[in-house]
Design a binder for this molecule. Structure first.
Ligand code: SAH
Length: 578
């Protein structure tokens, strides 16, 4: 289990440090640094590390000249917490009887305890930290390598520009001044006050509503977004060298609620922009960099229902999002609603991202939307996405083409206009056919392909010429690239029974053709085989957390260390509220 990383306010806390060796001395130094008051427990005749001795002499550290006694835990602390100490550090002895005893006592009394070199006696561990003013970075290797933790810390620290801490301080000032100014201007009401926070704990219930120009709340949100963009897109080096003059320009560049989002340093009304982008089949790792950037910079996002939650998770929390309300019978109305919301937002000067699943021009109605916005005077930017039609077979180990097996690929829909079945493609033995939107009417599709439903007049040779043999291998691939991806390998003869028995896990598609057999041999394995789970990126995927890092700035892996320090980055969870 990973640990919960937190940043503790230790002001005026009492830290009980058992021992007087160099480690005890280092612990005391750290406690003093974070505003706590250290008290050491060591017998009167103990060797006291010389730095510690000096601190005792100077009155920074109190020395209780005694061996450890149980009641030290509940008598040496602050009055306001009934004299219970705030944390205990055992600096020698490791897994000795005394350490075990202290650890047990502390656990019972809920006092955080750390025992040197003995992770199982600790209820908390210290991080290897780098501090630069308000910036603190903490590293842990979860007890796997304290030396390594400190090496990683040094490397990360050396990568950071000097003066970053001071720059953070300055930007904090900007943020506070914007906040104060907004407060003054709008006298925010109770219900909206929390949005000023750069990182509000929850998106407000109105997030799904488009903002209007005279909407003060929205104006505030835009300014904060702009500040975030400065933080996001200026290089760290540039940020670190931010000057008072820069800050003044930034602050001057917006003055009233009707001001548009200022660009970096100049006051410019943004051009309305519509971006049609594909979000890939499911995994956020399959987003293009261009689409990822569009997700970060758009001021309004209109997403398809099929866009997977992990991709939606990447949307900055303050960006208003509308998810298409598509359900059977409502598709047309939902589409129109999205288009008119998009248009409305464009007319207000927004950068609108129309986020579509897979590729926007593969059964995505992308071109219809392109034509719609173009006709209204807004020429869309179109960003491709990885289509499920080609990536799902790949993730199922099916090459769309393969020398001497498949020299062509056909992508079809299983659902024709008004829900009718489209004509099945004729049999071509060297073709891989991918059917999207086909699983809800799989049996009629398979019947049409194999000629099972053909009328009696069709001659046998006709049938053989046009129709796909029942033994043609095929696969149903569902939720491709998602952790719950499922592949059912079968043949046209048995695939319907397989789906009936296994149930469905939308969205999914059907791949038909001899290419299904190129990398998988199903002989002797029964009528169908089910493969659950997605391992496509094992070993190379940076993981969603790293993508989130791009969104929210660095979040460092952490948990324990030998370093005489504490405190760490508070993690920012990314949550979408839909
Ligand atoms: N534009 C999309 C396709 C939209 S049509 C693209 O390029 O992928 C919707 C169909 O896509 C679904 O019915 C399903 O057949 C297929 N589909 C979408 N995502 C999928 C996924 N992750 N795994 C399998 N099929 C998927």
């Amino acid at each position: 289990m990973p640990s919960l990383l937190t940043a503790l306010d230790c002001g005026r806390h009492i830290h009980l440090i058992i021992g007087s060796n160099p480690l005890a001395s280092a612990r005391c130094a750290k406690s003093i640094e974070v505003g706590a008051k250290p008290k050491i427990i060591a017998p009167a005749d103990a060797d006291v590390h010389y730095v510690l001795a000096k601190r005792i002499e100077d009155g920074e550290v109190e020395w209780i000249q005694d061996g450890f006694k149980d009641d030290h835990l509940t008598t040496l602390g602050r009055d306001e917490v009934d004299n219970v100490v705030d944390a205990v550090f055992v600096t020698s002895g490791g897994k000795s009887a005394l350490s075990t005893h202290i650890s047990t006592l502390c656990r019972r009394k809920r006092i955080p305890v750390n025992v040197v070199d003995t992770p199982n006696l600790c209820t908390f561990t210290l991080l290897s930290t780098h501090s630069d003013g308000p910036l603190q970075i903490g590293i842990t290797t979860s007890g796997k390598g304290c030396k390594l933790a400190s090496r990683i810390r040094r490397e990360i620290a050396s990568y950071l520009p000097t003066n970053l801490g001071a720059a953070i301080e300055r930007l904090g000032t900007v943020r506070r001044r914007i906040w104060e100014e907004d407060h003054k201007t709008y006298q925010a009401d109770e219900s909206t006050a929390e949005v000023e926070d750069d990182d509000p704990p929850a998106q407000r219930p109105t997030f799904n509503r488009l903002v209007s120009e005279d909407d003060h709340d929205a104006a505030r949100t835009r300014r904060m977004r702009w500040l975030s963009q400065v933080c996001e897109y200026w290089s760290l080096k540039r940020l670190a060298s931010i000057t008072d003059a820069d800050i003044d320009t930034i602050l001057r560049s917006y003055t009233s609620s009707s001001d548009p989002v200022p660009s970096l340093g100049t006051s410019r009304r943004p051009e309305p922009q519509i971006i049609l982008a594909g979000s890939g089949p499911g995994s956020p790792s399959l987003l293009t960099v261009a689409t990822h950037r569009a997700i970060q910079t758009a001021s309004v996002i209109l997403a398809d229902k099929l866009v997977p939650a992990p991709v939606l998770d990447l949307i900055p929390r303050r960006t208003p999002v509308h998810i298409a309300r598509k359900f059977p019978g409502n598709a047309e109305a939902a589409q129109e609603e999205l288009l008119s919301l998009g248009l409305e937002a464009l007319r207000k000067g927004h950068t609108v991202l129309r986020l579509k699943q897979g590729d926007p021009y593969v059964y995505g109605r992308g071109a219809e939307e392109y034509a719609f916005f173009r006709e209204k005077g807004y020429l869309p930017i179109v960003l491709p996405g990885i289509t499920s039609a080609l990536s799902a077979p790949l993730f199922a180990g099916i090459p769309a083409t393969h020398r001497s097996v498949a020299d062509q690929v056909l992508i079809c829909t299983g659902t024709g206009r008004k829900g009718a079945a489209p004509d099945p493609p004729p049999y071509i033995s060297t073709q891989t056919v991918v059917f999207l939107m086909a699983l809800h009417r799989l049996s009629s599709l398979v019947d049409a392909l194999t000629g099972a439903g053909a009328s009696a007049e069709v001659t046998k040779s006709d049938r053989e010429a046009r129709h796909w043999p029942g033994e043609t291998p095929c696969a149903v691939i569902e939720r491709a690239s998602c952790p719950d991806q499922r592949v059912i390998r079968s043949t046209l003869k048995h695939v319907c029974a397989a789906i009936e028995e296994e149930g469905s896990r939308p969205p999914g598609l059907l791949v038909v053709g001899w290419s299904c057999e190129v990398l998988t041999d199903l002989k002797g394995k029964g009528r169908w085989v089910v493969e659950d789970g997605f391992t496509g990126f094992d070993g190379i995927d940076p993981g969603l957390d790293n993508l989130k890092q791009l969104v929210n700035g660095p979040e460092l892996d952490a948990a324990s260390s030998e370093e005489p320090s504490s405190d760490l980055l508070a993690l920012k969870p990314v949550l979408m509220h839909i």
